[in-house]
Design a binder for this molecule. Sequence first.
Ligand code: GLU
Length: 549
Amino acid sequence: MDMDYQVLAELLFPNIVETVDEIEARFPARQLPEGAVVSRMAPSPTGFVHLGNLVQGTISERMCHQSGGVLFLRVEDTDAKREVPGAVEVLIDTLKHYGIQFDEGATHDGDNGIYGPYRQRQRAGIYHVYAKKLVCEGKAYPCFCTEEELNAMREQQEAAKENFGYYGKYAIWRDRSLADIREKLDAGMPWVLRFRSTGSIENQFKFDDLVKGKLTITENNIDHVLLKSDGIPTYHFAHAVDDHLMHTTHVVRGDEWMATLPFHIQLFKALGFKLPKYVHIGPLMKMDGASKRKLSKRKDPELALTYYKAEGFPIAAVREYIMTILNSNFEDWRRANPDANIDDFKFSAKKLNPAGSLFDYAKLIDVSKNVISRMDAQEVYTLLVEWAAEFDADFAARLESDPDYAKSILAIGRGGKKPRKDMATWKEAKPYMGFFYDAYLEKPVFDEKFEKSVVREALNRFLEQFSIADDAAVWFEKVKAITTEMGFTTDMKAYKADPSAFPGTVADISTFIRQAVTGKTNSPDLYTVMQVLGYDRTVQRIRATIESL
Ligand code: GLU
């Protein structure tokens, strides 16, 4: 075909005067040690930040920072229709909240780094320079197909059971004359820029993905869109240009992009760019009955990162959990190094499950309980107050009204070899420890098996002997003494052998006292609870219970 591509390029991009060489000079090679990984998070600002973002971010972050490389944030805002105002800020804040620190990229106050702009809509001029170059080389062309024409084409392909897309005989603008193009342009018709694919679905080639392993890939034969009619690039074109100019060495992204990977490989080659390494991560899955399925935005609230904050999972727990599902050897490492910084763990992208990680709520709870159990009372206090300030102001006010009291409560069972594992989330703190505050104390409901007079007697006897100065052993001896004085037994074996021989056991007597003091049948160690409550509060609660009986 007789077409002067140079003329076409001028026709399409009359205002682009910059050359590729000039652009390249603005994005010099990075000076980094051998083997340093340069990667990025490239989220679209839709306002919804999900666990998948954090998983991808964690993988990129670890790969970069473990190798002495650079992690940057690029905002992929090419789809203006999906953009939510303020979403970029939410995104940056949320990622920061979870400890993803960028070395470079978009920030609240603009760009940080020399490889910007880091928001794609601000890079339109850059993409156009490369687009113009492709047109000059005959590797891209304008297409004036209307929405209707494309729909009709699709229907035709469906009817003929052919592959969908703009290729072969369907690529009707691929070889059009300059005159035809000029006519449309003169008439002010909108156009998109398409890639002129030279691939064939008859050809395959080998490709190595860092997660998926060795793959056999079929060439792309579709003339995909590079620039949309508003001049904004598609993801594909922006990916190639940006990751080239920003010197990305590793692209970590969801495996939904595998389908267009053949095109991306082709595009990098057409542009003369070195192909980065790809780390295609599987989706987050969960068990639904006996089968696995992808986590869904609609069905699974735990996909949204806001969920973890509202539930009160500590940040450290979420990070620890993510590492647990990403690298199966993490748990063993953690057991061997309970106090080590999580970043000392050697993360390996090779250990990622190619099929995707399995999200397991029970595991998250377990990890979180462990994380909280390793914290000291001061840390728990600080994080709990921070959470409560946002989600339970009344509770926050009570905690803050007497920090020492709150910390002495939170210190129960902490430290030592086997710390208590009561809480998985800050939301569980109030049900666990609320009874220490009169406002949250519930009225006890005693087992109807026992006469009220019996409960009253046990409580009265306890009050007569109670001393806050007793140690735990003396305290318990007194409870046992009350037990036998009332005809109950301390001999659990004897009771089991013949329950009808006794009105009850030492456990029942303890429960009466526990319920009077805590309102509940379950609580941390009762002796310790009384020590924390102090003499006056303890006595006052038992008296109030006796009166209410
Ligand atoms: N904006 C793309 C997305 O949100 C980024 C994929 C990539 O990391 O290249 O899926």
